[in-house]
Design a protein around this ligand. Structure first.
Ligand code: AKG
Ligand code: FE2
Length: 282
């Protein structure tokens, strides 16, 4: 199976053919509505925001250091991956360059509702930076069953996604059921024999392209070149049930009381978001 790539797909086509059935898609030109498209490069960030900082695996790096590091990286000596800048707190000036954030496809998004934002359930707009050989640490499904939207603005990243229904071949960790034990770049088939029958879909996402990863889709990625991408998540009616299950499961690890409080809060935020949808005719 190959990944589907589309240009100029309509919102309704996207909803029917991809969003509702949960089929991943590469939009080849959705990012044309962003000023950032074609503008973001390592040089641009080094020149404009050299001193902005972020933490990665216990170290703090400046933007200049990050860009130098990913450009010097090689497959044999990779830079840490992913290096993530939280955009609203570390690079707020670039927010207008990635508007409309939803690319005219990724809505409705209840995470933009103030109540969900306060709950800190994955409402984040992040810039991922990587270099050759930089590999996401594990194959996974995203927290809280959110849909992921990843727009590649510089360089190329190789993604792997699995069709729905293959979870039993992917060996989720018993204590962290959103992470797989299998290293897909070098799978140990003796230890994970069922993985032989899994049918990963590998593909490269290049500059100006946007990958939609439906909630619950197992995936991972690695950088082939220096890369800059923008990632955010969405929540709405479609993934809400699974989201609520995760809110319960994650919070009750801490305490039952906390779980009850957060679950109730999320239920109220849901009602507010549904009213918002109705008012916008969604
Ligand atoms: O490296 C990437 O772009 C994939 C990121 C990802 O899957 C995640 O942050 O959940
Ligand atoms: Fe992910």
């Amino acid at each position: 199976m190959d990944i589907i790539r589309r240009d100029n797909i309509t919102y309704d086509e996207f909803m029917e053919e991809h969003y509702k059935p949960g089929v991943p898609l590469v939009f080849t030109n959705a990012a044309k509505v962003w000023k950032a498209n074609g503008l973001f490069t390592p040089d641009w960030f080094r020149k404009n925001y050299p001193d902005r900082k972020t933490d990665c695996r216990g170290n703090t790096y400046t933007m200049k250091q990050v860009m130098d590091m990913v450009e010097a990286a090689t497959v044999d000596a990779p830079a840490p991956y992913p290096i993530i800048f939280d955009i609203p707190s570390t690079l707020p000036e670039i927010l207008p360059l990635i508007e409309p954030l939803d690319l005219n496809y990724a809505s409705p998004n209840w995470l933009t509702n103030k109540m969900f934002q306060l709950g800190k359930w994955g409402y984040a707009t992040e810039m991922f930076v990587g270099g050759p050989g930089g590999q996401f640490p594990y194959m996974h499904i995203d927290y809280y069953h959110l849909n992921a939207w990843i727009t590649q603005l510089y360089g190329e990243k190789r993604f792997t996604v699995f069709p729905r229904g293959q979870e039993h071949m992917l060996y989720p960790l018993p204590d962290h059921p959103w992470r797989s034990e299998v290293n897909i770049l070098d799978p140990d088939y003796e230890k994970y024999p069922l993985f032989k029958d899994a049918t990963p879909i590998h593909f490269v996402v290049g500059p100006g392209e946007t990958l939609f990863i439906p909630f619950g889709t197992w995936h991972t990625a690695h950088s082939l070149t220096p890369t800059i991408s923008i990632a955010f998540d969405t929540l709405n009616r479609k993934n809400h049930k699974d989201f609520m299950k995760d809110v319960w499961a994650f919070k009750s690890r801490d305490s039952k009381l906390k779980a009850i409080a957060m679950y109730s809060y999320a239920a109220v935020a849901t009602q507010a978001s549904k009213i918002g949808d109705a008012l916008r005719g969604k």
